[in-house]
Structure formats: structure tokens, C-alpha cells
Design a protein around this ligand. Structure first.
Ligand SMILES: Cc1ncc(C[n+]2csc(CCOP(=O)(O)OP(=O)(O)O)c2C)c(N)n1
Length: 410
């Protein structure tokens, strides 16, 4: 016997497919400055509404308004602008070299630079970051060496990870940047566990994790929230809602009827939703969550509302599943352009200075690229010995690995 489908059965569909007109009418863009800024020790139950609002500081004229304006000194704003521009310049070169066959794979963060850069600047340098593959801006904002990052992408002779990770899966203990895992979601549980350990040792450092909205559908996300809430771990749980998980739109992960921030509400975790393309708003909200965690008030969930302006990776072609030129029409604009306009309006920046800085950064990236390429690329230069695959697994290499290494001819 067959049954008719229940009329309520629903398969989410995106608002546009290739060839359709761009339609962002479902995205509501509230005015900047209208969401209240509670004290850092607020009871999560008192700010449930924040999970459904959107914290914005830069208004339509790129002026900073409202209680979340972090009132940063011009030097800090310029540092943020520079780090976002450098991240974009780095991404742009690395995609070019991938197309030239010098590496197998690359992932850009175009349009999402504020998510990582503003957060890095609001955190303490020693706070431990558990990122995904799209927060290279954390390393850039922490002044990590571009050459070191490129060496990893090239898996060359100077790659500290010895070619064992996919390109862009960086790791740096010195930059407090935890090794990226290809298994989506694991970083969330790790961040909460790390934060619990930090709290139990009365260590002042907190943890911050990032996850894509698509990966919030993974069990690890929910396990992490349970532990964070139960143990009041000093951790910032960021959800980067960039609307797309490769070719799946955010509705497939549960974004049609509620916000991703709302997932914190059921766990009793304060949840804030923020315009992810607004440098000042991301900075202010991260700082709030950091101060809260440091003061012993536990975790915060932050949804960063943004848009993945380019392909998921160099292996992806978004032209196959969404209308072209959506990025240019994204109602929340571009994070670099908005901060640039803000600085110009304040009288601290000019078009000429902006163009000149763009050239300086392109040259910085080019010089780093030349150096990294001198240590080898995918097809050129010396290679690390395959014997190194037996290193670093155990503190002392056990006998069976020594035997295997000998059998492999090393
Ligand atoms: C557990 C697991 N499932 C699936 C994948 C394959 N995969 C890699 S990235 C990705 C999309 C993730 O999208 P999202 O979490 O929204 O992050 P974004 O790429 O948009 O930053 C998928 C499905 C994976 N790496 N790990």
C-alpha cells in the first residue's frame, strides 16, 4: 500500500539558481545601532531576543552608531583594514598559483575577512583559536609569517607540517592557532575541552572556535554546546553563516525558520547575531564575549551573518548552483569597503592612501611568494624525504615503525 505524501513535507530550496534574477528579499537588514548592549554578566535568559536580531554598528553612510560602537582609535582601525586587505591579497595570489599548478588546492575567505581579523584583534594574542579552513585572517592579524603559510600550502621543504595536511590546513602553536581538521565540527568539541582545562587550571586564556552554518548540523556542534553550557567553559562559539555549504544553501542546515544563533538559546548560552561584514560590530561583540568569558560568566554563541563571495574552494564552481554576481548584490556589503569608507569619512584615510597600501600589500605577498617558492612547490624543487612520514607520531619511535621504515628502504 502506498500513502500520499504529507502535505507539510518540505524540501528546502534556495532563492535562486543559475540564470535566475538575484533575489535577497528574504534577507532583512535592520538599522545599525538599534540592538541593546547588555552588561557582560547578563543572565542569558534576559537576552533571548538577541539571538534573532542583528547587531550592526556601521550605518548606510559607514558612520559608527549605537551602543556597540567599540570607539576604536584610528591606528587600530587602520591595522584592521590592513590585515583584511593583506588577507585578500594573499588569497588572490594563492588561487592564482593553484591555477598555475603550483599547489593542488586552495580556499579563499573573500567577503568574510572581518569575521577572522576583527575577532583576532578583539581577542588576546594568547587566546586559543580553533578555526575552520576559512579563518586565515586570524594568522594574518596575528602577524604570522606569510612565507610559513605558503610553505604549508606548497607542502615544500620548509613546511613545518611536512606535507601531512591538506593545503590551507595550517597549524601554529606560537600563534595559538589549533591544527585545522578536515572532519567538520571536531574543532568545536576540542575548543570546549581546551577551555574547560584552562578554567580548571585558572589560566586566564580563553578559547574561541569557528564553524560554518552547514557544519552546525553535525553532532559535534551539539555535543560541544552541551559541555560548554554544563561546565560554563570560557569559550566563544562562532557560527560563520556565509549562506552556503559548498552547494547546499543555509536552509538545508536549518536556517529557514530560525536563526543559527537561536541554537544557543535552548542550551542557556547567551547568543548574539552580528553583521559579519561590519568590522566594528564583529570586534565589539567578540570583545563582549571575551570579557564575559574572562570574568567567569561562561560561553557565548555568536552567529556571524555574512556571504561566501567566491567558490567554496578551487575545486568548486558556484556558477553551477547559484546566480552569478550574487556577491556584489549582498545587502550587507563588503567588509573592506565599509571600513575603508568609515575611515575616509572620519578623515583618517584617503583614496590615494588606499590605492598605495593596496600596492604595498600586493608587493609584500609577491615577495613572500617568491621566497616560499624557492623552497619548492607541488611540482618543482626539492621534496621532503618520505622517511619523514614515520617522524613525530610517537615521542620515541616504536620498534615496529623502525622495522617498517627499514622495509620502506629508509
Ligand atoms: C564530517 C564532514 N562532512 C562533510 C565534509 C565535506 N565538506 C567539506 S566542507 C563542507 C561544507 C561546509 O560548509 P559550512 O560548514 O557552511 O562552511 P563554509 O565552507 O561555508 O565556510 C563539506 C560538506 C567534511 N569535510 N567533514
Amino acid at each position: 500500500m502506498t500513502y500520499p505524501a504529507n502535505e507539510g513535507f518540505h524540501v528546502p530550496q534556495p532563492h535562486g539558481r543559475p540564470g535566475d534574477a538575484i533575489d535577497f528579499s528574504h534577507i532583512s537588514v535592520p538599522a545599525a545601532g538599534i540592538v541593546s548592549r547588555p552588561p557582560i554578566d547578563v543572565d542569558p535568559g534576559a537576552i533571548r531576543d538577541h539571538a534573532y536580531q542583528l547587531i550592526r554598528v556601521l550605518d548606510g553612510e559607514c558612520s559608527a552608531v549605537g551602543p556597540w560602537d567599540p570607539t576604536l582609535a584610528p591606528e587600530i582601525l587602520l591595522r584592521g583594514l590592513r590585515a583584511m586587505m593583506l588577507t585578500r591579497a594573499y588569497d588572490s595570489r594563492m588561487v592564482r598559483v593553484q591555477r598555475q599548478g603550483k599547489t593542488s588546492f586552495y580556499m579563499k575567505s573573500t567577503g568574510e575577512e572581518a569575521v577572522a581579523v576583527a575577532a583576532a584583534m578583539a581577542l588576546d594574542r594568547a587566546d586559543m583559536c580553533f578555526p575552520t579552513y576559512r579563518q586565515q585572517g586570524l594568522l594574518v592579524a596575528r602577524d604570522w609569517s606569510l612565507v610559513d603559510m605558503m610553505n604549508q600550502v606548497y607542502s615544500n621543504t620548509h613546511d613545518r607540517l611536512k606535507g601531512r595536511q591538506m593545503p590551507v590546513f595550517y597549524s601554529s602553536r606560537e600563534a595559538a592557532f589549533f591544527s585545522i581538521s578536515g572532519n567538520l565540527g571536531t574543532q568545536y568539541s576540542q575548543a570546549v575541552g581546551w577551555a574547560m582545562a584552562s578554567a580548571s587550571e585558572n589560566d586566564p586564556r580563553i578559547a574561541a572556535a569557528w564553524i560554518g552554518e552547514g557544519a552546525t548540523a553535525e553532532g559535534d556542534f551539539h555535543y560541544a554546546l552541551t559541555f560548554a553550557s554544563v561546565y560554563q567553559a570560557p569559550v566563544i562559539l562562532n557560527i560563520v553563516n556565509n549562506q552556503w555549504a559548498i552547494s547546499s544553501f543555509s536552509g538545508i542546515a536549518g536556517g529557514e525558520r530560525t536563526t543559527f544563533a537561536a541554537r544557543g538559546v535552548g542550551f542557556g548560552i547567551p547568543a548574539l547575531r552580528v553583521d559579519g561584514n561590519d568590522f566594528l560590530a564583529v570586534y565589539a561583540v567578540t570583545k563582549w564575549a571575551r570579557d564575559r568569558a574572562r570574568a567567569g560568566s561562561g560561553p557565548t554563541l555568536i552567529e556571524l551573518f555574512t556571504y561566501r563571495a567566491e567558490g567554496h574552494s578551487t575545486s568548486d564552481d558556484p556558477g553551477k548552483y547559484r546566480p552569478d554576481a550574487e556577491a556584489a548584490a549582498w545587502p550587507l556589503g563588503d567588509p573592506i569597503e565599509r571600513l575603508r569608507q568609515h575611515l575616509v569619512a572620519l578623515g583618517h584615510w584617503s583614496d590615494e592612501e588606499h590605492a598605495a597600501l593596496g600596492k604595498v600589500l600586493a608587493e609584500e605577498v609577491r615577495a613572500a611568494g617568491k621566497e616560499a617558492e624557492s623552497y619548492g612547490t607541488l611540482h618543482d624543487g626539492d621534496r621532503l624525504s618520505a622517511a619523514s612520514m614515520f617522524d613525530d607520531v610517537y615521542k620515541e619511535m616504536p620498534k615496529h615503525l623502525k622495522i617498517q621504515r627499514a622495509q620502506a628502504g629508509f
